[in-house]
Write a new protein. Sequence first.
Length: 354
Amino acid sequence: MIPICSRAHLLSLRAPFAALCLAIAVAPALAAADDEVNLYSARKEALIKPLLDRFTEETGITVNLVTGKADALLQRLKNEGPNSPADILLTVDAGNLHRAKAGGLTQSFSSEVVDAAVPTTYRDPDGHWTGLSLRARPIMYVKGKVEPSQLSTYEALADPQWQGRICIRSSSNVYNQSLVASIIAADGTEAAQAWAEAIVANMARPPKGGDRDQIKAAAAGQCDIAIANTYYLAGMLKSDDPGEKEPAEKVAVFWPNQPGAGDGRGTHVNVSGAALTAAASNKDAAVKLIEYLVSPESQAWYAEVNGEYPVREGVEISPVLAEWRTFEADDLDLIELGELNGAALMLMDRAGWK
């Protein structure tokens, strides 16, 4: 039986015990006053709580945090409906943000602060969500086994020379769904289908594990190339655990689809983002929190601690990311990743991408 947690109890809990408060029975206990905000976050507590504490210190607005898996939080919002105590949904990937909007779980909000800080490419055109941080999904290759001169674009990974040499996550992973959606947007459905089938043929093993597992598999010699988000590699490089750091040191980052390579549209990027829930009862305080999360100070913290790229310009990136040099990002409006998510899923299924 999952316990019912009072607001005070919830705030005192540490992961993974706070996750127990994901039960719908906790909803009544989270009803917030005007100087409080209820936040459902798919980001782990350690990756968001310090910012929330600082926000509370500066504004006096208490943030009641509930963390959980992205899919579980979306389902919880659906189950709670108009009685949900949540004011903000913080989740990863434009695909998840689109699902929340399409499911009627979010509402539009207006903020001149957000509009000025975040490029339109990284915001919902109807104002339902905004990006908070950027994550790139480049090619990672094993040093000594692959030369950068052999690499160029995502599309080129379909070449037979990579047969049995690629590690990548399953088709159930929203990061890969969004990557395929970006291929559809750039090349069309027919070309994307052929690409996905070729990627399946070039896999070194059936997809399993997360992004860190793909990097570790490459370092262990199971494949020569891994597709993964950069913040996972950054976290491994900064880790004190040899089991994390040593594999990470064996791979390097290659930015695909840069100017001069193929169509030069740029490397695929995505966001973590925040949305105002449809049931939000503390809108003013919630918008203040979202504005705070796109402030230069918060963006700098994201970049240093999380190994992600700032969503706003003019913010310094972490030293680890700086070592990988700058790159041109795909300027595709991220709303298209959500709109093409269903097509990407069906395409991957037809390709036999497990």
